[in-house]
Design a binder for this molecule. Structure first.
Ligand code: 1PZ
Length: 208
């Protein structure tokens, strides 16, 4: 569905899917509702990036995808992101490992990681992918991961391909990638803020 024509690359599909969500969220000021299945579809597109990162990131990929799969499963029962938070608040399992609300929080941290990574990518030409990804991980995920995971990720970073190789695998040039990354950055901002507000409106802090 998101690969409409030959000029559509994986990064275009990601940018487009997130722009569609952002547009929806901005269009309904009062009654903002994001469907869980729409959200999951967009988030699974992001995982194509992992395919370009090599074997060391297979674990990160399956970890990320398992959270998405849980939310997809949830979409059979719950229509919107708001609905899963409401249900988990009622059942006192917002932060319980494996709950939909906790997995949504983890996916949101992944989306933020990519957003920060892209920001580094477009702001400085000579940043190595390793540096950009390390910094993004440091900001978006490391504070919430245990020591052993952080250590494994740090080791994995050393195996990342170069920026040039990554762009080749994504079938992008520097300038085409930059445009699409800017589109993702802006749209993901809206989506992430929306998700954060779902928790905040239930008096749930964001320090986990
Ligand atoms: C070009 C892109 C470079 C990206 C580099 C990404 C490096 C991220 C490595 C993350 C490894 C995560 C390992 C496992 C973490 C788990 O402890 C947590 C907690 O799970 P819980 O206790 O709630 O069950 N899992 C997560 O945080 C979910 C997965 C996070 C993955 C983040 C990356 C998302 C990036 C998207 C696609 C590139």
């Amino acid at each position: 569905k998101n690969l409409k024509d030959a000029t559509m690359t994986p990064l275009s599909a990601v940018a487009e899917a997130f722009e569609e969500m952002a547009k929806l969220l901005k269009s309904r000021k009062e009654d903002q509702q994001l469907r869980l299945d729409t959200f999951c579809e967009a988030c699974s597109l992001v995982s194509v990036l992992f395919g370009c990162l090599g074997l060391a990131f297979k674990f990160a990929e399956s970890e990320y995808l398992s959270k998405i799969r849980d939310l997809e499963e949830g979409s059979k029962t719950y229509n919107t992101l708001q609905d899963i938070i409401n249900a988990d608040v009622a059942n006192k399992r917002v932060k319980t490992q494996g709950s939909h609300s906790r997995n949504l929080r983890r996916v949101r941290q992944g989306l933020d990681l990519i957003r920060i990574l892209f920001e580094q990518f477009v702001s400085t030409e000579e940043h190595s992918l390793k540096e950009a990804a390390s910094r993004a991980y440091q900001q978006a995920c490391a504070p919430y991961h245990c020591w052993s995971v952080r250590t494994a990720v740090a080791a994995g970073m050393c195996t990342l391909p170069t920026r040039k190789k990554l762009l080749l695998k994504l079938k992008e040039s520097d300038s085409s990638a930059e445009k699409k990354m800017r589109r993702y950055i802006s749209a993901a901002d809206t989506v992430i803020e929306y998700i954060d507000n779902l928790y905040l409106s239930k008096n749930i802090s964001l320090d986990w």
